[in-house]
Ligand binder design. Sequence first.
Ligand SMILES: Cc1ncc(COP(=O)(O)O)c(C=O)c1O
Length: 406
Amino acid sequence: MFDEIRFNRVDNLPKYVFAEINDIKAQMKKDGQDVIDFSMGNPDQDTPEHIVDALVDSARTPGTHGYSPSQGIPEVLDAIASWYKDRYGVNLDTKTQTVATIGSKDGYSHLAYAVTNPGDVAVVPTPTYPIHTYSFILAGGAVEDLKIKFDENYNVDEDDFFDKLTHIFDTAHVKPKYVLVNFPHNPTSATVTPNFYKRLVAMAKERRFYIISDIAYGDISFGGYKTPSIMEVEGALDVAVESFTVSKSYNMAGWRIGFFVGNKKLIGALVKLKSWLDYGMFTPIQKATVEALTGDQTCVDEITGRYNHRQDVLIEEFAKIGWNIKKNKASMFSWAKIPDCVQEMGTLEFCKRLLEQEAVAMSPGVGFGDDGEGYVRIALIQDDARMEDAAQRIGRFLENNCKEEN
Ligand SMILES: Cc1ncc(COP(=O)(O)O)c(C=O)c1O
């Protein structure tokens, strides 16, 4: 009925590539199959106890059950500011430079909705976490892709990045208004140096654009690498905002809370839009976030240590079946080129067949855009024994499917 009635905004969205994998996975799990799932960046461990305790204590405290301010309760805004001060030595004015959001994904969609005029252009590095692109497209803007180049140790080629960005600005019909960056990068885990942000802030001032930086994986770094923040650069507050989330560092993905800080004009726009669209999150969730951000940080080291260890195990186990993956410096993912003998079939087909034949789920690189073709993203959310089991299943898959291809 009413077939002629269209919903352009959603009807025009492309097919969500991950949906195909998710549908197969859901059916297999329903059928009782033992799926080893590496597909989503969804932490497998529980939230640390002291954070859960803070939620429970707050929920039992009278006066915490009503609406809360949509920008965030004052305590959580203070905690955000003190997190930036402790981690990065940055001073923020909580009233005008901080906002808590219902997860940072929600923050991206609302920020883009707040600040995008029809036809505005944003530059987004590819391959890309889909909401980084689609937040602008859904808001009526357009996106210029910038394919990131990085070496085998996942270091971004920063000169290449700035050459490409300069080229985009020199040749664009519509000058970009926003440049979005996300390092450590989802899906590739590529990382940048502090100098990258110095150059980006200088360029933003010269070419007059705003920067939106996502450091969701900022805490999860190994081997001496420390994720820089754009906020450390002098003058960044004039041109940049940055987001962080408690989802990854504190295993709080289901709690739905993240935050944005930085430039007053952009933060003000997001705060204003949010005051129309939503109320603040449940106060006990915000109180628990205060505990997460300002309480004992040992849990962050433990969580980071676990991903570091798992990456080593993954690399070791997959090497046994001839799938060689290099170690990266940050994030909860490995970005791996699929073996040569299955390159022909493409990553979506590879992931579908691997799931159907051996019940191992991974995210096809093409789900992050065409520039992800040839690669898969493996989330480090399985323990050692499951990774060993997965490697054996994949070994069998390669034997069966590579023979078939030859
Ligand atoms: C780069 C990046 N940014 C943001 C998010 C969203 O995090 P959340 O909405 O849970 O804060 C994710 C989730 O996977 C991510 O990978």
